[in-house]
Design a protein around this ligand. Structure first.
Ligand code: SAM
Length: 233
């Protein structure tokens, strides 16, 4: 269970109404019952139900069962598309170990804004689902050009470009130890200007995901798989 609360030895954790409903109403736990907790910072803790009520309850942390497992330093940049598909992309990026998820606005992106809080909640659920102890941060929508203007020194970029044929992710040894980012475009692809800028970046690795033009959500999963295969742990 994800909680927004510090976790540590003997720490009491007050439950929200929804959490109490889930634990005591749905999971039927009672006082003395055991729950695994994580908050994205302190690893996983085994906790015991100290008080159980309809509208709330209290858990007490007993012992740490997993340390915080930080994923590799990977940013996942994508242009938001339709709501359900954007939700899917965020969920899969969180499951597959992105450390930071960054929706970016490109020339052909239709959405002007995103519901950052909703997407962050999807990232929490995805981390819960795969037993992770880390929750990636979902950033607010930013313009791709602005992100590139402030690009941090040394971070490599896997630029997924369907116009590129047969280029796999080829790495020099030193690139394995560096922070990385993956970029997936919107349904309409990148503009000529964006494509020219992206391919000219000295830190960009232009990559094909095969001969077919994939939907952006499919491309997201394929790119994350390719990156994990080459660089994940
Ligand atoms: N420009 C295209 C068009 O309208 O014909 C389609 C863009 S595709 C639906 C969305 C994004 O997925 C692309 O911008 C790219 O980042 C990624 N993508 C899809 N298929 C790909 C492939 N075969 N290789 C690399 N990237 C791909």
């Amino acid at each position: 269970l994800y909680v927004e609360h510090p976790l540590g030895p003997g720490q009491s954790v007050e439950l929200t109404r929804e959490q109490a409903h889930y634990l005591f109403g749905v999971m039927r736990l009672t006082v003395g019952g055991q729950v695994a907790l994580f908050n994205g910072q302190d690893g996983e803790w085994q906790a015991e139900v100290a008080e159980a009520g309809k509208r709330g309850g209290v858990l007490t942390c007993v012992e740490q069962t997993k340390p915080l497992q930080r994923p590799p330093d990977l940013w996942f940049l994508f242009a938001p598309i339709k709501k359900a598909r954007t939700d899917f992309i965020v969920e899969k990026a969180a499951e597959m170990g992105a450390a930071r998820i960054m929706p970016v606005q490109t020339e052909f992106t239709n959405s002007e804004r995103i519901r950052q809080d909703r997407l962050q909640a999807h990232a929490v659920e995805a981390a819960e689902q795969c037993g992770g102890t880390f929750v990636p941060e979902v950033a607010d929508l930013q313009r791709l050009d602005r992100v590139l203007d402030g690009w941090p020194e040394g971070r490599q970029l896997m630029f997924c470009n369907e116009a590129e044929v047969g280029s796999a992710l080829r790495l020099a040894a030193h690139e394995k130890g560096l922070p990385w980012a993956i970029l997936i475009g919107p349904e309409g692809g990148f503009s000529q200007r964006e494509r020219a800028r992206l391919t000219a970046l000295p830190y960009a690795h232009v990559v094909s995901l095969g001969p077919r033009i994939l939907r952006a959500d499919t491309a997201a999963v394929a790119a994350l798989t390719m990156w994990q295969q080459a660089l994940g742990d």
